[in-house]
Structures are given as structure tokens and as C-alpha cells.
Design a protein around this ligand. Sequence first.
Ligand code: CUA
Length: 381
Amino acid sequence: MPLGSRVIRRLSWLAPLVALVLVAACGQEYPQSSLFPKGEPARLEDGLFFQTVWWAAAVFVLVEGALVYAIIRYRAKPGAAEPNQIHGNTIVEIIWTMIPALILVGIAVPTVKAIFKENETPKGGDALTVEVVGHQWWWEFRYPELNLTTANELHVPVGRTISLKMGAYDVIHSFWLPQFAGKRDVFPNRETRLWFNAEQPGEYSGQCAEFCGIQHGRMGFRVIAQPPAEFQGWVAHMKTITMQPAAASAAPKDSVHTSTAGAAVQQQAKPAPPAADSAKAAPAGPQNPEVAQGQKLFLMKGCVGCHALVAYNAPKGLLGPNLANVGARTHIAAGTLANTDENLAHWIRFPQDVKHGVLMPNLGVTEAEAKALVAFLRTHR
Ligand code: CUA
């Protein structure tokens, strides 16, 4: 027996094991799969996908079935004469051209309808408009009606159509929120539109889907869908955030994530409460010397040149993400790290290690300075 065959035979017992591992991988939840739609128009796309899959499956079974039948039924038998030789059959050929053509029409009609539906700009006053700006490598979200700006975490009210007006600051990106809508490229100097509708409260993840530079893979975002009243509470709270550190009592309890999924993720991420460990007895607000020191550093180190700390009426055109509620976000650096004190300090000190090529430079922040900056930023929630 040749060596290759012997090796294959020896290792054949591994096959079921490998299959088990592969099948087990299907058991977990995929937050970025379009196969689990949670709202329109993703549900529409999912329906189209499975409609096509069932057509393909039916064609496969019929064609392969006919083939297998012919192979067995008309196989060569000892002593049998040569079968009739057929050269062309117009009727059969017309039939097998017409059937696929009709199937294609059956797929094309709902597909084209869905394309038009998905490209509609929502009409009527009920849609909430959000301006999306793709940056290398983070997402800016602006609510023109509310005069609010935020970054990387998009809060939306459940049950209301969200109408996205999208563009890019630098290069082409692609906004992809698989559980709600398909991909849509975003361009500098050109507007593209997309809409979606969250049916259930929760936290949903999205991702840039167009290669946009070395950190393209770390350009994620989250959509936090909240019941309308909770969303209004979030809006009202965001309007109160100022450059000044907030006192601990001013921060809403459980921050902004009261939805179940949001709370679960937040628990997992364990962002520290506003008071840093070393300052348990000290107040978290402006009276806390570490927070005050952090505020001073935020100005001195130049952070303020790129990052706004107010969400309401926020300055436009800044290079860095808006940090008004950074203390409450589940992730930092556009989904790269969980928003823990350690990760935030590491990110502030070594942005180029965490996300090489990012616009944020290493500013020579010491460990103590990073701790103070974290304490200050935690009050912004
Ligand atoms: Cu932005 Cu890829």
C-alpha cells in the first residue's frame, strides 16, 4: 500500500472528531450573521435568500435524481445490445430551457421588488434620521433632529424607522448591520441611504465591510435598541453632559443600558463605577483630586483638540470620536476592547500598540496620568 493511503487510513478515525468540532461551531450565536434577522429590511433579505436556496435544492434533487436513475436504469449489462442513439430533441430542449427561465423570473421579481423597497427613503414624519460618517477607523453618528452626536454606539428607539444618511470622512467604508440591513458602501462627497427598524430592545453589532486600511477589521459599532421612553431618557441625559466631570449621583443608575442585552454585555465588560479603586472613599465628581487631575491632563495633553466631551450641539469636524458618554460605552476603540479601566488606560497610553496606524498618537502618558484620565473619562457617561 502506498504511504499516502496508509497515512489516510491511519488517520481516518479523526474524521468524525473533526466533523464534531465543525458542527459544534454552528451551535453558538452569531451576532454578525444575516441568517438571524431581527428587523426589516434584513427579514426581507433573509426571505429572499431562503426562497433561492429552496429553488436550488429542488433543482438539485430533481437533476441529480434523474441522473442517478439514468445511470442505474441504463447501465451497461453483459450481452445487451447498444441502446438507441439520440441526437437532439427539440421538445425536450425547449422544456429544459423554459423551466430554468421561469424559475429565474420567479426569483427575479421578488428580488427586484426587495431592492426597490430597501432603497426607498422612508417617507412621513415618523422616521428618525441619523447621519452616519465613516472614519478610519470608527463611526460617527449624528442625530440632526436632536442635535446630538455620538460615536461607535448608536442608540435607537424600538419600533421606529431609522433613516440613515451616510457618508465618509476619508476613504470608502461600508456600513453593515447584518441583523437589520444589508451592506451599504459609504463614500466621501457622496450620500448613500439605508433604513432599518429594530423590533426588539437589545444590543446588536455591526462592522465596516469594505477594506479601508490596515485597521479595517477593527471598525465595529453597536446599535443599542431601546423602548421609546428609555430612548427619550437617554436623549435627555445626553443633553446634560458637559465638559465638566459629572458628580457620581448625576449619572443615571445603571448608566444608559437598561435593556436586557445591553445590561448583560455591560456586566460582561464590567466597566468600573465612576469612582476608581484607589479613590473609593473620595467623591467621583469634580471634588475628586484624581478626576480633577484627569480633566487638567485632557486639556494639557491635547486630547481636547480631537475629542469633544459634549454630545449636544457638539463641534463638528473633529478628528477623534465624540467622548461625551465614553464612560458608559461597552467597548472602546470601535469595538476593539471591552471598556474596562485597564483597557482604557492601556489604549490611552499605547494607541499605536492596540490599533497600529490609528490617528491617535502615543502622547507619552504615564501610568499615573492614564489612571487620572480614566477616572475623568468615567465621569462622562
Ligand atoms: Cu472602514 Cu473598513
